[in-house]
Design a protein around this ligand. Structure first.
Ligand SMILES: [Zn+2]
Ligand SMILES: [Zn+2]
Length: 447
């Protein structure tokens, strides 16, 4: 049985000691890149966050999923399960059994995503006897109530959350703060608009903390502030068109299209992640395409899977990993130098994440745990540092022009900083995967 599933069974039978006086708030800070966040914090410009730390809270390095994309990462945070468990493999993907294209970024996408995440997994809200609330959250899961703020600005959302919590005595709430991600895509993660939004959101958090103090609830409040992923700066705002790159391999494909019948399909997410679904897949064809793609300057790394083997093709060479269980792989080079920069071959233990192993933090573990049979593509592509694949229109976005992006395995995309307040000093040190964060704080199910 899967280790995290086992955990869930335990929680179900252990749910008696619950204090309904205690409030737990989880803020999902969308796309809050680590560097920008930490330098504003250093400069003393994030008062709410600073207060949490001064009152005994602690910061933690958190490693997001790969692909580092919102909906899949929210779900991983809220259910403490990996993509292979909760099975929301991307924002756009192909349901191979029913031959249907999915797009969670379309108008009805969020409703569809909510229908499809009805997993057997316990979430932050599951089995909890007190009132639970999802504020602005795209994935409401089994919250008692979902509330939407008048705008996407962090300030408005936190004000709304503060009122709801004061007036209706919610015990658990998840609060999504999407604005920084949107601004980072449009103007870049280092832009003034992103800084301004981080500062305003933090000021609203300080006001919320003050209100909780005044109503004497602060001593019974726990707060987790966690970004779902980071953002990288892209220097080619128009991005790369995967279907154009694929012509190099003689492959014709449609991108993010419902009209893919008898064609190869490319699905993008994030927008530094793309999956290729082939009509006539063979191991040789996967290898040819991945190697061709990895030679393009637009591509950081291309991966494909054959049974229990994963292959990785990068500019430097090709490697493979044989899965030996949930925490072990056998890693070897196929050709050239190591594309992942791990500097070691043979048996590798992937149970603990590390920020410094290879070019991409925790990459082997993340990629292996992100594959969903019948849903994931035949080849995974990740955009190189300067590029993204976001050519398709997105609701509310400038068409195709991005100055920030995420979805890939680069440090800026996957390593973020979380702040946990009210959990005492017993928090384990060291980096943690975002899918393990709430579980490690005993917040999954009715704990
Ligand atoms: Zn996000
Ligand atoms: Zn985004």
């Amino acid at each position: 049985m899967h280790e995290s599933l086992f955990y869930r069974e335990q929680m179900k039978t252990n749910s008696t000691n619950i204090s309904l006086n205690q409030t737990t708030l989880v803020f999902i800070a969308d796309g809050w890149a680590r560097n920008e966040f930490l330098s504003l914090l250093d400069e003393g410009l994030l008062p709410g966050i600073k207060q949490l730390i001064e009152m005994g809270g602690s910061t933690r390095d958190v490693i997001s999923n790969v692909p580092s994309i919102s909906i899949a990462s929210h779900l991983s945070i809220m259910t403490s399960s990996y993509i292979c468990d909760h099975q929301i493999c991307a924002h756009r993907w192909l349901d191979r059994k029913n031959h249907r294209f999915r797009n969670y970024l379309g108008l009805r996408g969020i409703r569809q995503a909510n229908r499809e995440v009805k997993t057997p997994y316990l979430s932050f809200f599951s089995n909890f006897p007190g009132k639970t609330l999802a504020i602005q959250q795209p994935l409401t899961l089994d919250a008692d109530q979902g509330v939407f703020a008048p705008s996407f600005k962090g300030k408005d959302i936190i004000e709304k959350a503060s009122k709801a919590i004061q007036n209706h005595s919610f015990c658990r709430a998840v609060i999504w703060l999407p604005k920084v991600d949107e601004l980072s895509h449009k103007f870049g993660p280092k832009s003034e608009s992103v800084k301004k939004e981080m500062i305003e959101t933090s000021a609203a958090l300080a006001t919320m903390i003050e209100e909780l103090r005044r109503s004497e609830r602060l001593s019974n409040t726990r707060i987790v502030f966690v970004p779902d992923h980071g953002q990288k700066t892209v220097t080619h705002p128009k991005g790369a068109k995967v279907e154009k790159l694929l012509r190099k391999s003689g492959i014709r494909a449609k991108t993010n299209s419902h009209f893919f019948y008898k064609k190869n399909l490319v699905c993008t997410s994030g927008d530094s992640f793309a999956q290729i679904y082939l009509q006539n897949k063979t191991p040789a064809l996967c290898k040819k395409i991945a190697v061709d793609m990895s030679e393009c300057k637009e591509i950081e790394i291309a991966c494909w899977k054959e049974d229990d083997l994963w292959f990785f093709a990068g500019r430097r060479g090709i490697s493979k990993a044989k899965i030996l269980g949930e925490t072990k792989v056998w890693y070897s080079l196929v050709q050239g130098a190591d594309p992942l920069g791990l500097e070691k071959t043979g048996e590798i233990n992937i149970s603990q994440p590390s920020l410094s192993s290879g070019y991409y933090p925790d990459f082997l573990h993340q990629v292996i745990r992100s594959y969903v049979p019948n849903k994931s593509g035949d080849i995974f592509l990740f955009a190189s540092e300067e590029f993204h694949f976001g050519r398709s229109p997105r609701v509310g976005w400038n068409f195709g022009k991005h100055k920030g992006s995420h979805g890939g395995p680069l440090f800026d995309e996957v390593v973020v900083t979380a702040v946990c307040y009210g959990f005492g000093s017993g928090l384990p040190k060291g980096p943690i995967r975002s899918a393990d964060l709430l579980k490690s704080l005993d917040l999954i199910g009715a704990a």
